[in-house]
Design a protein around this ligand. Structure first.
Ligand code: ADP
Ligand code: MG
Length: 239
């Protein structure tokens, strides 16, 4: 993994995103340049409305920029092709959101199976759920699981296709610190053991301590970057 750490997994150049609502323009991104190295864990930190989610959605092929480019392993994403974006998302990207969006009528195992059935090189749902520490909750329904457990099912669902990129948008935003720590530990384990390049959005500066690198957002720009000399374990965070 040390050797791979120097290669660039994902990069964006001069990303601009303008939302137009009638006569009103919202400049969500104002020319963002960013690189993510293979196996890196990067936290995107900044106040609400600073453009973090917009950037993550564009990096993951869920949204397209007004201007600028995204390159995955040196290849430009074809933003004009819905099919190319679909394949990119399917084969390379796992998303985790604040709200888990599990299907209530399906068990944990069945929720993860929805993804493994269409993925190219999936792990088994049992393996994915075991990685996030839910090997003993396979046949539980979402309503029988705590919020933190449901989020870990969502993480298992995101990683079961063995994505190259794990993009997490406020994954602990709906959780108390105790369950949030377990969710962060699952994400850190995936990053370390599977080597999945990970970007994690938070507005909680304490959470940034688990990252290799922190990008600070303000008003549609990355205004500062910090390399963490020490990566803290989630359990050590004073949260
Ligand atoms: P963050 O994730 O940092 O809170 P966002 O990327 O969600 O920030 O939003 C950046 C800016 O873009 C905000 O002003 C927000 O209101 C605006 N915005 C985000 N999504 C949309 C949308 N679909 N339509 C219009 N404006 C949007
Ligand atoms: Mg957001």
């Amino acid at each position: 993994m040390e050797n791979e750490a120097s290669a660039i997994a994902l990069e964006a150049h001069e990303l601009t995103k303008i939302y137009r609502m009638g006569a009103v323009e919202v400049h969500a991104l104002r020319g963002v340049d960013v690189e993510f190295r293979e196996s890196e864990l990067v936290v995107l930190l900044g106040p609400s409305g600073s453009g973090k989610s917009t950037l993550l959605n564009i990096l993951g092929g869920l949204d397209t920029p007004t201007r600028g480019t995204v390159m995955f392993r040196g290849q430009p994403l074809r933003m004009d092709s819905e099919r190319a974006l679909n394949l990119y998302r399917r084969d390379h990207v796992g998303f985790v959101f604040q709200f888990y969006n599990l299907i209530p009528s399906l068990t944990a195992r069945e929720n993860v199976s929805l993804v493994t059935e269409i993925a190219r090189n999936p792990m088994s749902p049992v393996e994915a759920l075991s990685i996030v520490g839910l090997g003993d909750r396979l046949d539980h329904f979402p309503a029988q699981l705590s919020g933190g457990e449901q989020q870990r099912v969502a993480i298992a669902r995101a990683i079961a296709k063995r994505p190259d990129l794990l993009l997490c948008d406020e994954p602990t935003g709906a959780l108390d610190s105790k369950t949030g720590i377990l969710v962060l530990e699952a994400i850190l384990k995936i990053n370390r053991e599977l080597g999945t390049t990970t970007a994690l959005i938070t507005h909680n500066a304490v959470i940034a301590e688990i990252a290799n690198r922190v990008l600070y957002f303000a008003d549609g720009r990355i205004v500062e970057m910090r390399q963490n000399a020490v990566q803290r374990a989630p359990g050590e965070l004073a949260w």
